[in-house]
Design a binder for this molecule. Structure first.
Ligand code: GDR
Length: 331
């Protein structure tokens, strides 16, 4: 019989890669969607007709109890969150409730389902390198203490410890993936990699002349989202639940990103195309985030396949194609 998986946040970047991966592996895939039908959900259902969508919301425990009872999942992947760090200062309460409290709700729904049905469910929590924040150790591994620097980071720490607590309290197979930044052509355009790849594509096509950014010295450990979806799945195939850092182990600045993105369109001097606006600088920045994923490499046999240069070029090429079609009225 096919395995069954329920994914929250399925219409986001990671949800798409994970849904595709699980479908290829023969799973029946269910996706939780909040609210009414919107354009994003509509596009997702058109491109992923094999996913059964279930209406529900991480803020609404009863809706989660119903969703889990309907999906009867072997595995639940909690990818749903308010995930844009910069806006978490403006929406601190909502971010705490969805990104933090939502984890408790889905854990409760699974715990209730396990108790009432006798069926075991494995759980994946999308934890984040933002939990390290003002990190006291470089690189950061599973044992590195947390010092979150945004309401988003604080909420993720809550979800992380709640996941561990359900594992320790009830013996749940609950694992947490501490994922560093991971990007792709599916990335939302508010995040810096896609903001840059889309703008660079538009600059190439003469549709805009500049991109406006914040702190160009910020550095991140950027990997490819498709590789990271595989790590999520691997965690739930282990006999024992555990926590794993998933990262490339390399760090790059926004300037490095700009070098490669502009090089892809044949522009070597990008300074005339970049404006700085302090509105994009955050009230508090994280320090040097770079992950040590030795544990995942040893225990899961996981390693990233797509490097930084290839990732940035892939995103720019995708956006040149996408923007050309839009400009021609084909999309
Ligand atoms: P991040 O991703 O906050 O690391 O969280 P983001 O791409 O938003 O920012 C990365 C860095 O770029 C700097 N930056 C800008 N960022 C944005 N968005 N827009 C700009 O114009 C800009 N200019 C400079 C930022 O200051 C920052 O330092 C992502 C999210 O996916 C989280 O949900 C996830 O948990 C972490 O990665 C791991």
């Amino acid at each position: 019989m096919s395995k069954r998986a329920l994914i929250t946040g399925i219409t986001g970047q990671d949800g798409m890669y994970l849904a595709e991966l699980l479908h290829e592996k023969g799973y029946d895939v269910f996706g939780l969607v909040a609210g009414q039908n919107n354009l994003r959900t509509q596009l997702f259902t058109e491109s992923h007709p094999y996913v059964e969508m279930i209406s529900g919301n991480l803020l609404d425990l009863m809706s989660l109890i119903r969703a889990v009872a309907h999906a009867k999942p072997d595995e639940v992947y909690n990818l749903g969150a308010l995930s844009f760090v910069a806006s978490s200062w403006q929406n601190a309460r909502l971010t705490s409730d969805v990104t933090g409290g939502g984890v408790l709700n889905i854990l409760e729904a699974i715990h209730f389902f396990q108790d009432s049905s006798g069926q075991d469910v494995r759980f994946y929590q999308a934890s984040s390198s933002e939990m390290f924040g003002k990190a006291q150790q470089v690189p950061q591994a599973e044992s590195t203490p947390f010092w979150p620097r945004s309401p988003y980071g604080v909420a993720k720490v809550y979800g992380h410890y709640m996941t561990i607590n359900y594992r320790e309290s009830y013996g749940m197979h609950a694992s947490s993936g501490v994922l560093f930044n991971h990007e792709s052509p599916y990335r939302g355009t508010e995040f810096v990699t896609r903001k840059i790849s889309q703008s660079v594509a538009r600059i190439k096509l003469g549709l805009q002349n500049t991109v406006t950014l914040g702190n160009l010295d910020a550095q991140r450990d950027w990997g490819f989202a498709g590789d990271y979806a595989e790590a999520m799945w691997l965690m739930l195939q282990q006999d024992e639940a555990d926590d794993y850092v998933i990262a490339t182990g390399e760090t790059h600045s926004i300037r490095d990103l700009l070098d490669i993105a502009f090089d892809e369109i044949g522009v070597s001097e990008w300074h005339d195309h970049v404006d700085i606006n302090p509105a994009f600088v955050r009230p508090a920045e994280v320090s040097l985030l770079v992950g040590d994923s030795s544990k995942a490499r040893d225990k899961l046999g996981w390693r990233p396949k797509v490097g930084f240069d290839e990732l940035v070029r892939m995103m720019v090429r995708h956006d040149v194609d996408d923007q050309s079609k839009r400009a021609a009225g084909a999309l």
